[in-house]
Write a protein that binds this ligand. Structure first.
Ligand SMILES: C[S@@+](CC[C@H](N)C(=O)[O-])C[C@H]1O[C@@H](n2cnc3c(N)ncnc32)[C@H](O)[C@@H]1O
Length: 219
């Protein structure tokens, strides 16, 4: 791959678009599905929970989420219109049967959602694209119900920095202890982190051993 290809891949990971965007969506799921499932597992979802996800990508994990409990209300926010179409087409049957709303968001940290309206929020592999993560964390806190939780997952910085597509113009890294401090300052309680190591294909199709973190806190 040439430098230009890596730059394009970085931009596609931030916001998939065009024909290549669909291929990238498939690759992202292959590479990230275990991470997504572990994050969902950490939420301890119960019947009738309202769940928000930021950056759902392909939406291939929706069936996994919906088998966790009955009558889940899911709202997914995406900045990529392509991912909204992709996930809608892929999950047509599920969308008819279940309560799923997929919305375009404007890449700003102000979420057009009501206060105290979600039991859980999760986001996997999007924090690198948040220039001001404290604003997102504050907004998520606002929309969570008391007792609700946020699970935020990301690949460890030292691993991602070795990937040729991790362009600093696109990817922003935030240290875990800093994210935890911000969460605690905002008011999140019982903030915990779990570190995992997984075997998975990376975005270039090579098998890698990759460390990732799930951070969780409660309102
Ligand atoms: C690297 S992909 C990760 C997708 C999926 N969560 C995964 O782990 O495979 C990042 C996704 O988040 C979306 N995204 C990036 N910034 C976002 C934001 N501020 N709000 C909502 N979605 C965002 C992108 O369009 C893209 O689909």
């Amino acid at each position: 791959m040439e430098q230009n290809d890596y730059e394009e891949l970085a931009c596609q990971l931030r916001c998939p678009e065009g024909e290549k965007g669909e291929q990238v969506a498939e690759i992202m799921f292959e590479s990230n599905c275990k991470m997504i499932f572990k994050t969902i597992d950490r939420l301890q979802i119960e019947d009738c929970d309202n769940i928000l996800e930021l950056g759902f990508g392909s939406g291939k994990h929706f069936p996994y989420l919906f088998q966790k409990a009955k009558n889940i209300h899911y709202c997914g926010l995406e900045i990529s219109p392509l991912m909204i179409d992709f996930a809608t087409k892929l999950n047509q049957d599920l969308i008819q049967r279940e309560n799923i709303s997929l919305k375009l968001s404007d890449n700003s940290s102000s979420l057009q959602l009501k206060n105290n309206s979600f039991k859980h929020c999760f986001s996997v592999n999007t924090v690198y694209f948040w220039e001001e993560p404290h604003k997102y964390l504050q907004e998520i806190y606002r929309i969570l119900q008391t007792g609700g939780s946020l699970a935020l997952s990301y690949i460890k910085e030292d691993f991602v920095l070795k990937q040729p597509f991790a362009k600093p113009e696109v990817f922003h890294f935030h240290r875990t202890d800093w994210l935890i401090r911000i969460m605690k300052n905002i008011g999140y309680s019982s903030v915990e982190q779990w570190q995992y190591i997984e075997n998975t294909p990376n975005k270039l199709g090579e098998n890698v051993v990759r460390p990732f973190i799930v951070l969780k806190g409660f309102k």
